[in-house]
Design a binder for this molecule. Structure first.
Ligand code: ZN
Ligand code: ZN
Length: 229
């Protein structure tokens, strides 16, 4: 059965239809629904982008997820966004918008203005306030100590954690880290067995909260035995 588009009168013998409208008219209607400006939150310190409740490195994929959030809040529920390109000097972004209309898939491109709003992410807030959950005391062989600090910093970054502060003392260094779980996973991953103690640091929802203190010595004999590099 041939149907005719109510808007442009094209027939279903000649063009694709999505529901009762031709594909072209459907895209025209959908294109108008997409706002000219989309707002995305970035961390003013680390530059990561917020999607959902988390912050991610600001790749096009993460920015697309942030735009999805904006469009969903805007009332467009059946759309998924891809970012084709972003022009940083003009602030314009070319999006590819994928709609699902009654089971039929329609996609088209639209250029919008990407409005950057700024917040401070949790990680940067903690970093700024000197927040720490664990202290790592490294003693002994200075080379081992420096290598361990470097590896620990890299390891923690992968778990969204960080080194808050490093104090250099006469016989080693004290490292303050933001996440005790990630810190103990670091030791486990390198098969290191520090001495652990716990210091009461306060109450959180009426439960005692402890900071972890790890003490690790690298002496010369251990250095030769531990070839686990
Ligand atoms: Zn039409
Ligand atoms: Zn940040």
């Amino acid at each position: 059965m041939t149907i005719y588009c109510p808007t442009c009168n094209n027939s279903s013998d000649r063009v694709m239809f999505i529901g009762e409208f031709c594909e072209e008219c459907t895209i025209k209607k959908l294109r108008k629904l997409i706002p000219e400006v989309v707002e995305v939150y970035f961390c003013r310190i680390c530059g990561r982008v917020r999607a959902g409740q988390e912050y991610y490195e600001a790749s096009n994929k993460a920015i697309a997820a942030a735009i999805d959030d904006y469009l969903h809040d805007y009332g467009l529920k059946n759309v998924r966004t891809g970012v084709e390109s972003i022009n940083d000097s003009t602030g314009m972004a070319v999006l590819r918008l994928h709609f699902n209309i009654e089971g039929a898939k329609v996609a088209f491109e639209k250029e919008v203005r990407l409005k950057r709003l700024h917040r401070t992410c949790d990680r940067c807030l903690k970093e700024r306030s000197g927040y720490f959950e664990a202290t790592v005391q490294l003693r002994g062989d200075p080379d081992k100590i420096e290598k361990t600090l470097e590896r620990m910093s890299k390891f923690l970054a992968r778990y969204n954690a960080f080194v808050t502060k490093v104090d250099r003392t006469e016989n080693g260094i004290d490292i303050y880290t933001s996440d005790k779980k990630a810190t103990s996973q670091f030791f486990a991953s390198r098969k290191l067995k520090p001495k652990v103690s716990y210091v009461l640091s306060g109450l959180k929802r009426n439960r005692r909260v402890y900071k972890h203190v790890y003490l690790l010595r690298f002496d010369i004999r251990e250095k030769e035995e531990r070839t686990a590099e």
